[in-house]
Design a protein around this ligand. Structure first.
Ligand code: GLN
Length: 489
Protein backbone atom coordinates (compact mmCIF):
# COMPACT_ATOMS: atom_id res chain seq x y z
CA UNK A 1 0.00 0.00 0.00
CA UNK A 2 1.28 3.46 -0.86
CA UNK A 3 1.98 5.82 2.02
CA UNK A 4 -0.87 8.21 1.14
CA UNK A 5 -3.36 5.34 1.28
CA UNK A 6 -2.54 4.61 4.93
CA UNK A 7 -5.13 5.42 7.60
CA UNK A 8 -4.15 6.79 11.00
CA UNK A 9 -4.18 3.23 12.28
CA UNK A 10 -2.05 2.09 9.33
CA UNK A 11 0.49 4.87 9.89
CA UNK A 12 0.61 4.03 13.56
CA UNK A 13 1.49 0.41 12.72
CA UNK A 14 4.08 1.45 10.15
CA UNK A 15 5.73 3.73 12.72
CA UNK A 16 5.69 1.09 15.45
CA UNK A 17 7.15 -1.60 13.20
CA UNK A 18 9.76 0.81 11.89
CA UNK A 19 8.61 0.35 8.28
CA UNK A 20 8.53 4.12 7.85
CA UNK A 21 9.61 7.11 9.91
CA UNK A 22 7.26 10.03 10.47
CA UNK A 23 9.70 12.09 8.42
CA UNK A 24 9.26 9.75 5.43
CA UNK A 25 5.48 9.68 5.75
CA UNK A 26 5.30 13.45 6.08
CA UNK A 27 7.56 13.92 3.06
CA UNK A 28 5.41 11.59 0.95
CA UNK A 29 2.20 13.40 1.91
CA UNK A 30 3.71 16.83 1.22
CA UNK A 31 4.67 15.54 -2.20
CA UNK A 32 1.13 14.30 -2.80
CA UNK A 33 -0.32 17.64 -1.64
CA UNK A 34 1.96 19.46 -4.07
CA UNK A 35 0.70 17.26 -6.90
CA UNK A 36 -3.01 17.11 -6.13
CA UNK A 37 -3.90 20.31 -4.30
CA UNK A 38 -3.77 22.67 -7.29
CA UNK A 39 -6.72 20.72 -8.72
CA UNK A 40 -8.69 20.48 -5.45
CA UNK A 41 -7.83 23.73 -3.62
CA UNK A 42 -8.29 21.95 -0.28
CA UNK A 43 -5.39 23.75 1.43
CA UNK A 44 -5.16 27.47 2.18
CA UNK A 45 -1.67 27.14 3.68
CA UNK A 46 0.79 24.24 3.50
CA UNK A 47 3.35 24.22 6.31
CA UNK A 48 5.96 21.96 4.73
CA UNK A 49 9.09 22.98 6.63
CA UNK A 50 7.31 23.07 9.95
CA UNK A 51 5.80 19.64 9.27
CA UNK A 52 9.17 18.07 8.47
CA UNK A 53 10.67 19.60 11.61
CA UNK A 54 7.78 18.32 13.74
CA UNK A 55 8.13 14.88 12.15
CA UNK A 56 11.81 14.78 13.12
CA UNK A 57 10.89 15.63 16.70
CA UNK A 58 8.22 12.89 16.68
CA UNK A 59 10.76 10.38 15.35
CA UNK A 60 13.21 11.19 18.10
CA UNK A 61 10.48 11.01 20.75
CA UNK A 62 9.63 7.54 19.44
CA UNK A 63 13.31 6.55 19.41
CA UNK A 64 13.38 7.48 23.11
CA UNK A 65 10.57 5.02 23.77
CA UNK A 66 7.44 7.17 23.59
CA UNK A 67 4.48 5.36 22.07
CA UNK A 68 1.38 7.56 21.86
CA UNK A 69 -1.01 6.38 19.14
CA UNK A 70 -0.87 9.73 17.32
CA UNK A 71 2.87 10.32 17.74
CA UNK A 72 4.25 11.21 14.30
CA UNK A 73 0.88 10.98 12.51
CA UNK A 74 0.22 13.87 10.10
CA UNK A 75 -2.93 16.01 10.33
CA UNK A 76 -4.25 19.20 8.75
CA UNK A 77 -6.56 21.70 10.40
CA UNK A 78 -9.61 23.60 9.27
CA UNK A 79 -8.46 27.21 8.97
CA UNK A 80 -10.84 28.26 11.75
CA UNK A 81 -8.53 26.93 14.50
CA UNK A 82 -5.95 29.48 15.64
CA UNK A 83 -2.36 28.35 15.19
CA UNK A 84 0.49 30.29 16.75
CA UNK A 85 2.89 31.55 14.13
CA UNK A 86 0.89 30.18 11.17
CA UNK A 87 -1.79 32.38 9.63
CA UNK A 88 -5.44 31.65 10.43
CA UNK A 89 -7.74 33.10 7.81
CA UNK A 90 -11.18 31.56 8.37
CA UNK A 91 -11.15 31.71 4.54
CA UNK A 92 -11.96 35.41 4.76
CA UNK A 93 -10.35 38.45 3.24
CA UNK A 94 -10.88 40.01 6.66
CA UNK A 95 -8.30 37.69 8.22
CA UNK A 96 -6.13 37.12 5.17
CA UNK A 97 -2.94 37.99 7.03
CA UNK A 98 -3.95 37.23 10.59
CA UNK A 99 -1.41 35.33 12.66
CA UNK A 100 -2.77 34.30 16.05
CA UNK A 101 -0.55 34.76 19.09
CA UNK A 102 -1.70 31.43 20.58
CA UNK A 103 -2.85 27.92 19.64
CA UNK A 104 -6.47 26.78 19.95
CA UNK A 105 -6.85 24.13 22.65
CA UNK A 106 -7.61 21.49 19.98
CA UNK A 107 -4.39 22.38 18.17
CA UNK A 108 -2.38 22.34 21.38
CA UNK A 109 -3.75 18.96 22.44
CA UNK A 110 -3.11 17.30 19.07
CA UNK A 111 0.34 18.85 18.94
CA UNK A 112 1.14 17.53 22.41
CA UNK A 113 0.05 14.07 21.33
CA UNK A 114 2.79 14.33 18.71
CA UNK A 115 0.75 14.95 15.56
CA UNK A 116 2.50 16.64 12.67
CA UNK A 117 0.71 19.65 11.15
CA UNK A 118 0.71 19.62 7.34
CA UNK A 119 -1.19 22.90 7.01
CA UNK A 120 -4.50 24.72 7.16
CA UNK A 121 -7.55 23.66 5.21
CA UNK A 122 -9.95 25.65 3.07
CA UNK A 123 -13.53 26.20 4.25
CA UNK A 124 -16.54 28.41 3.69
CA UNK A 125 -15.87 31.96 4.85
CA UNK A 126 -16.34 32.05 8.65
CA UNK A 127 -17.86 28.54 8.31
CA UNK A 128 -20.98 29.96 6.67
CA UNK A 129 -22.00 27.71 3.82
CA UNK A 130 -22.70 24.17 2.69
CA UNK A 131 -20.64 23.95 -0.48
CA UNK A 132 -17.27 25.57 0.21
CA UNK A 133 -18.00 28.15 -2.48
CA UNK A 134 -17.97 31.17 -0.14
CA UNK A 135 -14.22 30.92 0.58
CA UNK A 136 -12.15 34.00 -0.22
CA UNK A 137 -9.56 31.55 -1.57
CA UNK A 138 -11.92 30.03 -4.12
CA UNK A 139 -14.04 26.90 -4.12
CA UNK A 140 -12.83 23.45 -3.11
CA UNK A 141 -13.46 20.55 -5.49
CA UNK A 142 -14.84 17.14 -4.68
CA UNK A 143 -12.24 14.47 -5.56
CA UNK A 144 -14.99 12.04 -6.62
CA UNK A 145 -15.96 14.49 -9.37
CA UNK A 146 -14.25 17.89 -9.63
CA UNK A 147 -17.41 19.47 -11.10
CA UNK A 148 -19.17 18.80 -7.78
CA UNK A 149 -18.84 20.61 -4.46
CA UNK A 150 -17.20 18.87 -1.48
CA UNK A 151 -19.89 20.23 0.90
CA UNK A 152 -19.22 22.78 3.58
CA UNK A 153 -18.18 24.38 5.59
CA UNK A 154 -15.38 21.87 6.39
CA UNK A 155 -15.03 21.17 2.65
CA UNK A 156 -11.23 21.36 2.56
CA UNK A 157 -11.02 18.79 5.35
CA UNK A 158 -13.37 16.34 3.60
CA UNK A 159 -11.82 16.82 0.16
CA UNK A 160 -8.25 16.37 1.47
CA UNK A 161 -9.22 13.18 3.31
CA UNK A 162 -11.05 11.66 0.36
CA UNK A 163 -8.21 12.51 -2.04
CA UNK A 164 -5.72 10.87 0.34
CA UNK A 165 -3.77 14.08 0.95
CA UNK A 166 -4.11 13.66 4.71
CA UNK A 167 -5.04 10.75 7.00
CA UNK A 168 -6.64 13.02 9.61
CA UNK A 169 -8.29 16.42 9.77
CA UNK A 170 -10.15 18.68 12.14
CA UNK A 171 -13.51 20.21 11.34
CA UNK A 172 -16.20 22.25 13.05
CA UNK A 173 -19.95 21.77 12.98
CA UNK A 174 -22.44 24.54 13.74
CA UNK A 175 -25.28 23.21 11.61
CA UNK A 176 -23.77 20.26 9.78
CA UNK A 177 -20.33 21.40 8.68
CA UNK A 178 -18.55 18.20 9.67
CA UNK A 179 -21.28 15.73 8.72
CA UNK A 180 -22.47 17.17 5.41
CA UNK A 181 -19.01 17.42 3.76
CA UNK A 182 -18.10 14.00 5.22
CA UNK A 183 -21.19 12.60 3.48
CA UNK A 184 -20.44 14.37 0.18
CA UNK A 185 -16.84 13.11 0.11
CA UNK A 186 -17.31 9.60 1.49
CA UNK A 187 -15.41 10.09 4.75
CA UNK A 188 -16.30 9.78 8.44
CA UNK A 189 -16.88 12.73 10.77
CA UNK A 190 -18.14 13.14 14.31
CA UNK A 191 -19.98 16.18 15.66
CA UNK A 192 -19.39 15.64 19.39
CA UNK A 193 -21.77 16.45 22.23
CA UNK A 194 -21.69 20.22 22.79
CA UNK A 195 -19.05 20.87 25.45
CA UNK A 196 -16.81 17.85 24.87
CA UNK A 197 -14.30 19.57 22.58
CA UNK A 198 -12.97 22.96 23.61
CA UNK A 199 -13.99 25.99 21.57
CA UNK A 200 -11.04 28.03 22.84
CA UNK A 201 -9.16 29.45 19.89
CA UNK A 202 -11.77 28.27 17.39
CA UNK A 203 -13.01 31.41 15.65
CA UNK A 204 -16.61 31.82 16.80
CA UNK A 205 -19.56 31.67 14.42
CA UNK A 206 -22.56 30.80 16.63
CA UNK A 207 -21.20 30.00 20.06
CA UNK A 208 -24.19 28.03 21.38
CA UNK A 209 -23.98 25.68 18.38
CA UNK A 210 -20.28 25.52 17.38
CA UNK A 211 -18.45 22.29 18.10
CA UNK A 212 -15.10 21.06 16.80
CA UNK A 213 -14.63 17.43 15.95
CA UNK A 214 -12.56 14.80 14.15
CA UNK A 215 -12.75 13.86 10.47
CA UNK A 216 -10.97 10.82 9.08
CA UNK A 217 -11.52 7.84 6.83
CA UNK A 218 -12.99 5.56 9.50
CA UNK A 219 -14.76 5.68 12.85
CA UNK A 220 -11.77 3.95 14.41
CA UNK A 221 -9.49 6.79 13.30
CA UNK A 222 -12.00 9.37 14.57
CA UNK A 223 -11.95 7.61 17.96
CA UNK A 224 -8.15 7.91 18.14
CA UNK A 225 -8.48 11.64 17.46
CA UNK A 226 -11.28 12.09 19.99
CA UNK A 227 -9.11 10.52 22.71
CA UNK A 228 -6.77 13.46 22.24
CA UNK A 229 -9.32 16.19 21.44
CA UNK A 230 -12.00 15.75 24.10
CA UNK A 231 -11.11 17.18 27.50
CA UNK A 232 -12.35 19.73 29.99
CA UNK A 233 -10.86 23.13 29.25
CA UNK A 234 -11.00 25.90 31.84
CA UNK A 235 -10.44 28.36 28.99
CA UNK A 236 -13.87 27.56 27.49
CA UNK A 237 -16.72 28.38 29.85
CA UNK A 238 -19.05 25.94 28.07
CA UNK A 239 -16.57 23.06 28.24
CA UNK A 240 -18.01 20.13 30.17
CA UNK A 241 -16.37 19.03 33.41
CA UNK A 242 -16.35 15.38 32.25
CA UNK A 243 -15.57 15.96 28.61
CA UNK A 244 -12.97 13.24 28.17
CA UNK A 245 -13.76 9.61 27.45
CA UNK A 246 -12.55 6.19 26.33
CA UNK A 247 -13.26 6.54 22.65
CA UNK A 248 -10.82 4.09 21.12
CA UNK A 249 -10.99 1.61 23.99
CA UNK A 250 -14.78 1.59 23.72
CA UNK A 251 -15.02 0.58 20.05
CA UNK A 252 -15.53 -3.10 20.70
CA UNK A 253 -19.24 -3.41 21.53
CA UNK A 254 -21.94 -5.63 20.15
CA UNK A 255 -25.04 -4.24 18.46
CA UNK A 256 -27.11 -7.09 19.91
CA UNK A 257 -30.33 -5.63 21.30
CA UNK A 258 -29.42 -2.06 20.33
CA UNK A 259 -32.63 -0.07 19.83
CA UNK A 260 -32.33 1.90 16.61
CA UNK A 261 -34.92 4.57 15.86
CA UNK A 262 -35.76 5.61 12.31
CA UNK A 263 -37.47 9.01 12.10
CA UNK A 264 -40.21 9.16 9.49
CA UNK A 265 -39.59 12.88 9.09
CA UNK A 266 -36.13 12.12 7.64
CA UNK A 267 -37.50 10.06 4.76
CA UNK A 268 -40.09 12.41 3.29
CA UNK A 269 -40.26 14.92 0.49
CA UNK A 270 -36.97 16.23 -0.88
CA UNK A 271 -34.99 13.08 -0.16
CA UNK A 272 -33.23 11.63 -3.21
CA UNK A 273 -34.53 8.03 -3.63
CA UNK A 274 -30.99 6.74 -4.20
CA UNK A 275 -29.90 8.22 -0.86
CA UNK A 276 -32.98 6.71 0.81
CA UNK A 277 -32.18 3.31 -0.64
CA UNK A 278 -28.56 3.29 0.57
CA UNK A 279 -29.58 4.37 4.07
CA UNK A 280 -32.38 1.78 4.22
CA UNK A 281 -29.93 -0.92 3.31
CA UNK A 282 -27.57 0.26 6.07
CA UNK A 283 -30.50 -0.01 8.48
CA UNK A 284 -31.08 -3.60 7.34
CA UNK A 285 -27.38 -4.24 7.99
CA UNK A 286 -27.79 -2.98 11.57
CA UNK A 287 -30.72 -5.37 11.94
CA UNK A 288 -28.57 -8.26 10.72
CA UNK A 289 -26.01 -7.30 13.33
CA UNK A 290 -28.59 -7.72 16.10
CA UNK A 291 -30.17 -4.26 16.37
CA UNK A 292 -33.92 -3.81 16.80
CA UNK A 293 -35.39 -1.21 14.47
CA UNK A 294 -38.39 0.96 15.31
CA UNK A 295 -40.03 4.12 14.08
CA UNK A 296 -39.60 7.35 16.02
CA UNK A 297 -40.93 10.85 15.48
CA UNK A 298 -39.13 14.17 15.44
CA UNK A 299 -42.14 16.34 14.57
CA UNK A 300 -40.36 19.66 15.04
CA UNK A 301 -37.53 18.88 12.64
CA UNK A 302 -39.49 20.80 9.99
CA UNK A 303 -38.74 23.97 11.97
CA UNK A 304 -35.02 23.26 12.42
CA UNK A 305 -33.73 25.18 9.39
CA UNK A 306 -35.81 28.30 10.03
CA UNK A 307 -34.95 28.26 13.75
CA UNK A 308 -31.27 27.92 12.96
CA UNK A 309 -31.37 30.78 10.44
CA UNK A 310 -32.60 33.11 13.16
CA UNK A 311 -30.33 31.94 15.98
CA UNK A 312 -27.07 31.32 14.09
CA UNK A 313 -27.05 34.72 12.33
CA UNK A 314 -28.04 36.44 15.60
CA UNK A 315 -25.03 34.96 17.36
CA UNK A 316 -22.82 35.58 14.34
CA UNK A 317 -23.76 39.25 14.15
CA UNK A 318 -22.60 39.64 17.72
CA UNK A 319 -19.46 37.45 17.39
CA UNK A 320 -18.33 39.15 14.19
CA UNK A 321 -18.67 42.65 15.66
CA UNK A 322 -15.06 42.31 16.82
CA UNK A 323 -13.77 42.50 13.25
CA UNK A 324 -13.75 46.26 13.11
CA UNK A 325 -10.58 47.13 11.21
CA UNK A 326 -8.96 48.53 14.33
CA UNK A 327 -6.93 45.67 15.71
CA UNK A 328 -5.95 42.45 13.98
CA UNK A 329 -8.12 42.50 10.92
CA UNK A 330 -8.02 44.00 7.49
CA UNK A 331 -8.12 47.81 7.62
CA UNK A 332 -9.56 50.12 4.96
CA UNK A 333 -7.01 52.59 3.64
CA UNK A 334 -7.23 56.34 4.32
CA UNK A 335 -10.49 56.38 6.33
CA UNK A 336 -12.25 59.76 6.59
CA UNK A 337 -13.29 59.12 10.19
CA UNK A 338 -13.96 56.26 12.61
CA UNK A 339 -17.34 55.35 11.10
CA UNK A 340 -15.83 55.24 7.64
CA UNK A 341 -13.04 52.99 8.96
CA UNK A 342 -15.56 50.54 10.45
CA UNK A 343 -17.90 50.57 7.47
CA UNK A 344 -15.35 50.20 4.74
CA UNK A 345 -13.15 47.70 6.59
CA UNK A 346 -16.17 45.46 7.17
CA UNK A 347 -17.58 45.94 3.70
CA UNK A 348 -14.23 45.14 2.06
CA UNK A 349 -13.35 42.35 4.46
CA UNK A 350 -16.55 40.27 4.47
CA UNK A 351 -17.95 38.36 1.49
CA UNK A 352 -21.65 38.50 0.50
CA UNK A 353 -22.83 35.46 2.51
CA UNK A 354 -21.20 36.72 5.70
CA UNK A 355 -22.73 40.16 5.14
CA UNK A 356 -26.13 38.56 4.63
CA UNK A 357 -25.84 36.69 7.94
CA UNK A 358 -24.78 39.83 9.81
CA UNK A 359 -27.72 41.78 8.38
CA UNK A 360 -30.25 39.05 9.22
CA UNK A 361 -28.76 38.59 12.68
CA UNK A 362 -28.82 42.28 13.49
CA UNK A 363 -32.41 42.52 12.28
CA UNK A 364 -33.74 39.62 14.38
CA UNK A 365 -32.08 41.06 17.49
CA UNK A 366 -33.30 44.61 16.98
CA UNK A 367 -35.88 46.28 19.20
CA UNK A 368 -39.38 45.48 18.03
CA UNK A 369 -38.36 42.25 16.29
CA UNK A 370 -36.50 40.47 19.08
CA UNK A 371 -39.64 38.82 20.51
CA UNK A 372 -41.06 37.83 17.15
CA UNK A 373 -37.84 36.23 15.87
CA UNK A 374 -35.05 35.62 18.37
CA UNK A 375 -37.23 34.78 21.35
CA UNK A 376 -39.62 32.72 19.26
CA UNK A 377 -36.70 30.75 17.77
CA UNK A 378 -35.38 30.02 21.28
CA UNK A 379 -38.77 28.55 22.15
CA UNK A 380 -38.80 26.34 19.07
CA UNK A 381 -35.26 25.27 19.95
CA UNK A 382 -36.66 23.90 23.23
CA UNK A 383 -39.31 21.96 21.31
CA UNK A 384 -36.63 20.41 19.10
CA UNK A 385 -34.63 19.41 22.16
CA UNK A 386 -37.80 17.94 23.64
CA UNK A 387 -38.37 15.84 20.47
CA UNK A 388 -35.02 14.14 21.01
CA UNK A 389 -35.64 13.67 24.73
CA UNK A 390 -38.87 11.83 23.93
CA UNK A 391 -37.26 9.73 21.19
CA UNK A 392 -34.30 8.73 23.36
CA UNK A 393 -36.71 7.44 26.01
CA UNK A 394 -37.62 4.73 23.48
CA UNK A 395 -34.45 4.09 21.48
CA UNK A 396 -30.66 4.20 21.99
CA UNK A 397 -29.72 5.87 18.72
CA UNK A 398 -31.47 7.40 15.72
CA UNK A 399 -30.40 6.65 12.14
CA UNK A 400 -31.18 8.55 8.95
CA UNK A 401 -29.60 10.18 5.92
CA UNK A 402 -26.95 12.84 6.58
CA UNK A 403 -28.00 14.89 3.56
CA UNK A 404 -31.03 14.91 1.22
CA UNK A 405 -28.87 14.46 -1.91
CA UNK A 406 -25.34 13.51 -2.85
CA UNK A 407 -22.87 16.27 -3.73
CA UNK A 408 -24.35 18.81 -6.14
CA UNK A 409 -22.57 20.65 -8.95
CA UNK A 410 -20.53 23.79 -8.33
CA UNK A 411 -22.69 26.85 -8.96
CA UNK A 412 -25.90 24.85 -8.61
CA UNK A 413 -27.18 26.60 -5.50
CA UNK A 414 -24.86 29.56 -5.16
CA UNK A 415 -27.53 32.07 -6.24
CA UNK A 416 -30.29 30.56 -4.13
CA UNK A 417 -29.50 30.87 -0.42
CA UNK A 418 -32.66 29.04 0.68
CA UNK A 419 -31.88 26.00 -1.51
CA UNK A 420 -28.36 26.04 -0.05
CA UNK A 421 -29.69 26.25 3.53
CA UNK A 422 -31.89 23.20 2.89
CA UNK A 423 -28.78 21.07 2.28
CA UNK A 424 -28.55 20.90 6.09
CA UNK A 425 -32.13 19.85 6.75
CA UNK A 426 -31.08 16.61 8.52
CA UNK A 427 -28.06 17.93 10.39
CA UNK A 428 -29.22 21.17 12.03
CA UNK A 429 -31.58 19.80 14.72
CA UNK A 430 -28.63 17.96 16.27
CA UNK A 431 -26.78 21.25 16.85
CA UNK A 432 -29.87 22.96 18.22
CA UNK A 433 -30.23 20.12 20.74
CA UNK A 434 -26.48 19.86 21.47
CA UNK A 435 -26.39 16.07 20.99
CA UNK A 436 -23.66 14.11 19.15
CA UNK A 437 -23.98 12.62 15.64
CA UNK A 438 -21.66 10.80 13.28
CA UNK A 439 -21.75 10.79 9.48
CA UNK A 440 -20.28 7.84 7.57
CA UNK A 441 -20.40 6.47 4.04
CA UNK A 442 -23.05 3.82 3.31
CA UNK A 443 -23.12 3.51 -0.46
CA UNK A 444 -22.90 5.33 -3.79
CA UNK A 445 -25.43 6.77 -6.20
CA UNK A 446 -25.56 5.83 -9.87
CA UNK A 447 -23.21 8.65 -10.80
CA UNK A 448 -20.58 7.27 -8.44
CA UNK A 449 -20.98 9.88 -5.69
CA UNK A 450 -20.82 8.74 -2.07
CA UNK A 451 -23.94 8.62 0.14
CA UNK A 452 -23.64 9.38 3.85
CA UNK A 453 -25.76 8.19 6.73
CA UNK A 454 -26.03 9.79 10.10
CA UNK A 455 -26.27 8.17 13.52
CA UNK A 456 -27.51 10.49 16.27
CA UNK A 457 -27.15 9.75 19.97
CA UNK A 458 -28.16 11.13 23.32
CA UNK A 459 -25.89 13.52 25.28
CA UNK A 460 -22.49 11.89 25.84
CA UNK A 461 -23.22 8.95 23.55
CA UNK A 462 -20.20 9.91 21.43
CA UNK A 463 -18.37 6.69 22.39
CA UNK A 464 -21.42 4.64 21.50
CA UNK A 465 -21.79 6.31 18.09
CA UNK A 466 -18.15 5.67 17.23
CA UNK A 467 -18.50 2.04 18.31
CA UNK A 468 -21.64 1.46 16.22
CA UNK A 469 -20.04 3.10 13.18
CA UNK A 470 -16.88 1.04 13.71
CA UNK A 471 -18.85 -2.23 13.93
CA UNK A 472 -20.68 -1.29 10.73
CA UNK A 473 -17.38 -0.51 9.01
CA UNK A 474 -15.97 -3.88 10.07
CA UNK A 475 -18.84 -5.51 8.16
CA UNK A 476 -18.94 -3.26 5.10
CA UNK A 477 -16.34 -1.72 2.82
CA UNK A 478 -17.87 1.61 1.79
CA UNK A 479 -15.38 3.65 3.81
CA UNK A 480 -12.44 1.92 2.12
CA UNK A 481 -13.25 3.06 -1.41
CA UNK A 482 -11.34 5.97 -2.79
CA UNK A 483 -11.84 8.18 -5.83
CA UNK A 484 -10.22 6.57 -8.83
CA UNK A 485 -10.97 3.04 -7.68
CA UNK A 486 -14.78 3.20 -7.65
CA UNK A 487 -15.05 -0.26 -9.21
CA UNK A 488 -13.26 -2.02 -6.37
CA UNK A 489 -14.23 -2.36 -2.72
N1 GLN B 1 -24.32 25.19 6.33
C1 GLN B 1 -24.68 25.78 7.60
C2 GLN B 1 -24.48 27.27 7.51
O1 GLN B 1 -24.24 27.75 6.47
C3 GLN B 1 -23.87 25.17 8.70
C4 GLN B 1 -22.48 25.64 8.72
C5 GLN B 1 -21.67 25.08 9.85
O2 GLN B 1 -22.02 24.05 10.42
N2 GLN B 1 -20.61 25.77 10.20
O3 GLN B 1 -24.58 27.98 8.45
Amino acid sequence: MEIHELSIQGIRQALVSGQYSSHEITGALLQRIAEENPRLNAFVTVTGELALAQAKVADSRRARGEQGPLLGVPVAHKDIFCTRGVRTTCASRMLENFVAPYDATVIRRLQESGMVMLGKLNMDEFAMGSSNETSHFGPVRNPWNPARVPGGSSGGSASALAARLVPAATGTDTGGSIRQPAAFCGVTGLKPTYGRVSRYGMIAFASSLDQGGPMARSAEDCALLMDAMAAHDPLDSTSHAQADGQFYAGLDRSLEGLRVGVPEEFFGEGLDPQVAEAVQSAIRQFEKMGARIRKVHLPNNVHAVSTYYVLAPAEASSNLARFDGVRYTRRASCPRDLTDLYTRSRYEGFGPEVRRRILVGTYVLSAGYYDAYYLQAQKVRSLIREDFRRAFAEVDVIVGPATPTTAFALGDKSNDPVAMYLADIYTIAVNLAGIPAISLPCGFDRSGMPVGMQIMGNYFADEQLLAIAHQYQLQTGWHLRSPGQQGRG
